[in-house]
Design a binder for this molecule. Sequence first.
Ligand code: ATP
Ligand code: MG
Ligand code: MG
Length: 362
Amino acid sequence: MKILFIGDGQLGQMLGASGISHGHECLLFSTRSNTVKPLSAQLDLSMSLAEAIAWADVVSWEHEDIPADIIAAAHDKFLMDPARIKSLTDRRAEKKLFDDCQVPTSPWQTYHNADELTKILQQAEQPLVLKAARGGYDGKGQWRFGVADEVAEVAAAAGQAPGIAEQMIAFEREVSLVGARSKDGSICCYPLITNVHERGILSYSLGAIDPVSDALQQQAEACFKRLTDALNYVGVLAIEFFVVEEQQQTKLLVNEIAPRVHNSGHWTMTGANSSQFDLHIRALTGMPLPLLRLTPTLMLNVIGAEQIPAGLWHHADTDCHWYNKEARPGRKVGHVNIRTANRDTAQQWVSQWAHKLQVLAD
Ligand code: ATP
Ligand code: MG
Ligand code: MG
């Protein structure tokens, strides 16, 4: 099949590479330079966006913020309603989806401006996390509010744009579920992944290491089914959860979803017979979803570093991925997947390498 991906960042490139390895032809459309980029050498380099859309059997994306003109021009090439998916880039619509689907999430309310936010903060009895409705990622566009904090100061900073105020959750840890839904509604999910963030940005993920209980996995997959059914979704989607202890029971609260392949699923390039990119391609092209065979894998993000040290390129247990992007503090420029026996050995790898691989922004 012929697949056009919107976006030419690392996710688009990894999707395209997987598509080609499954026998498909793939093009990427760069929304930054407005150019079509081929992944297969035989393809015409000078294709316009309109020509690429006409060429494609199916259009997919690396990021859900799909430009409106592409939604209009490629409408019949998407496998689901792209406008509905794009609407989820607004946290208010996303949270409403959680409520509509009755998946548990932290209590929230909206504000439109600093005045409305001031009222919310004055009445707050618990710490809050304030998130701009649009444009936030890697922890950007977020403010913390403790009940003893200065209301005016926080309201002035966070109230410049509409947003949501949600209860700060004292989570035990953070996990994500990455899975695919095919057109017929069948799903295929990896086991819950443990994620550790530093300053709001994903530092590392533990894939298929110390699996969670079956009950928790079932809870997560039930959320996945409900959300993806509601969206009539086809392809890979990730759900980020907080794990909380309530009345001696372990529960999941949905933090946010990513209707696309996700950084916390990168370990599957090493740790699974079928990676998250392969799963997405299979779902898009109507191939059967696979039975999964997994190897415990640590994924360490490379953030802001100039390069991956030679010792990691050289090691038999590592797979290094370099995105060929200019290094800036806080910017993801690569990741290293490490086959590892258990949580302790994973932790040793993290202690030894994270500070060499990660330069975070202030
Ligand atoms: P991403 O890069 O994953 O898209 P993002 O900028 O969209 O991130 P969130 O995932 O909502 O932001 O938040 C970033 C991190 O901040 C979370 O992973 C979590 O560690 C923390 N966080 C967010 N919301 C809450 C909350 N309600 N309570 C406690 N911690 C929170
Ligand atoms: Mg997010
Ligand atoms: Mg997040």
